[in-house]
Design a protein around this ligand. Structure first.
Ligand code: CMC
Length: 429
């Protein structure tokens, strides 16, 4: 039976359909609201607004559940690899052996970037942020790999998707090497995705990089945990920009720009900077908690809180376990891990954090893992971007394929001055 909500405006009743998602989430469908009532809705930050119906990722923020195409992220983190999870997100099902092999071969075939692009990487100032470089260079890919009119739309999309997945990783390592003035290391055919990335980052003519399977596994888990998170800020940006029918490179470049923000993907960098500050000030987290509680201080505890999770972020829990394992194996001790654990312990008992449902999010421990595998701090958000790419792509594809596709164009409630006349400059007081 169709469920309806009733809206009474000026004494007149309007019926609005209620739609229910596959996990029981309910939404009032207001798509005909303006047409029927003349009203629009006001929802700053889209806190109550579903932008689309999507069958990719399910998040239950109250229960701390995250599933990609129905599969719990815990199972993917344990059993899958990033490339397989990317395939799952983009194609809707886990691949067979044959499909996965074909996908891996394609990723390998597209892993090089046009040699002429190196000149661009070389001419960025040395202090340029790698996220700015990445979003510019992803946008530039369209110029280097223009659309071929003879190709069908489907072929064009498939090749663009494969290029992006493979080249984003190469471009990240390329910019790292070039900004340091080091020799560029090319991708190697025999190495799988994550190992290939680590090798491009850390191999050098004077010291060859030894691939450690535990580090490769940790990186796979890191990327799997970041692979999609339904309608977050950067994904919404990809859908919105994509809805103007720009090419996929431009839409992904917009996603990278959104992700750069410290409230979003930039938080992993902010966490490590905050932990370092706590360390340098004597390792006592309490003054930082006091600042986070103080309404007159804009300071927030980086890596805490989430728009959707009002429980422990399931990704944060897995990340914490991976940190313990990798730090135990590959490195010396990291004082920041101890500080993070102490900070978490104190914050979780603090009435302010309890009342506000503030728990560690994915970024709280991810920076510590990245430090342990020698990723420099300013590249943390780039690592997030590589991980989120399959999510952006699958969400973009879904939005392009939706039967009721519409260019996204929100409304507003105008609160500025009413009509008034132009005053010539000499008459302005
Ligand atoms: N430290 C202190 N107070 C906080 C924090 C925090 N980290 N996060 C939220 N609050 C408070 C906030 O001050 C507000 O208090 P009040 O209601 O008393 O005014 C209340 O909690 C709600 O905050 P909000 O900003 O309205 O909530 P939101 O859902 O818009 O914020 C958030 C979500 C992630 C932007 C926010 O929690 C935050 O700024 N966290 C720190 C940055 C961070 O770790 N970001 C990574 C998010 S996870 C990865 C990703 O999505 O990219």
């Amino acid at each position: 039976m169709e469920q309806i909500a009733k809206l009474v405006v000026d004494g007149k009743t309007f019926e609005l359909p209620i739609i229910t998602g596959s996990e029981g989430e309910r939404a009032v469908d207001i798509s005909r609201l303006r047409q029927e009532t003349g009203l629009v809705t006001l929802d700053p930050g889209f806190v109550n607004t579903a932008n689309c119906q999507s069958c990719i990722t399910f998040v239950d923020g109250e229960k701390g559940i995250l599933r990609y195409r129905g599969i719990p992220v815990e199972q993917l983190a344990e059993h899958s690899r990033f490339v397989e999870t990317a395939y799952l997100l983009i194609n809707g099902e886990l691949p067979t052996h044959e499909q996965l092999n074909r996908f891996s071969v394609l990723l390998n075939d597209h892993s090089l970037v046009h040699e002429d692009m190196r000149a661009f990487f070389e001419n960025f100032p040395r202090w340029a942020h790698p996220m700015g470089i990445l979003s510019s260079m992803v946008n530039a890919l369209r110029a280097f790999y223009p659309e071929i009119p003879e190709r069908s739309e489907e072929e064009e999309i498939n090749i663009t998707v494969t290029r992006l997945l493979s080249k984003l990783r190469t471009m990240a390592a390329l910019s790292y090497k070039i900004l340091r003035g080091h020799k560029v290391i090319y991708p190697r055919q025999e190495l799988p995705y994550a190992a290939n990335f680590l090798n491009m980052m850390f191999d050098s003519p004077v010291r060859s990089y030894e691939i450690d399977e535990d580090v490769v596994k940790a990186l796979n888990v890191f990327w799997i945990l970041h692979a999609d998170h339904e309608q977050n800020c950067s994904t919404a940006a990809v859908r919105l920009v994509g809805s103007a029918k720009v090419n996929l490179y431009a839409a992904i470049s917009a996603g990278i720009s959104a992700l750069w923000g410290p409230l979003h993907g930039g938080a992993n960098q902010a966490v490590v900077e905050m932990l370092r500050e706590i360390h340098e000030s004597g390792s006592d987290p309490n003054p930082f908690l006091a600042r986070a509680r103080d309404k007159n201080d804009p300071f927030r505890l980086a890596g805490f809180g989430h728009r959707v999770y009002k429980a422990y972020d399931p990704r944060g829990r897995i990340m914490k376990g991976v940190c313990d394992k990798v730090l135990g194996k590959v490195t010396r001790e990291d004082p920041l891990l101890d500080i993070a654990k102490r900070l978490e312990e104190v914050a979780l008992k603090d009435p302010y954090f309890i009342d506000h449902n503030l728990y560690p999010n994915i970024d709280f421990y991810s920076g510590i893992l990245l430090r342990a595998i020698r990723i420099p701090t300013n590249m943390f958000t780039v690592m997030f971007a590589i991980g989120r790419l399959p999510g952006w792509i699958s969400q973009w594809k879904e939005s392009m394929e939706t039967p009721h596709w519409k260019m996204q164009r929100p409304r507003q409630i105008y609160t500025g001055p009413e009509e008034k006349d132009y005053v010539p400059i000499e008459k302005r007081g």
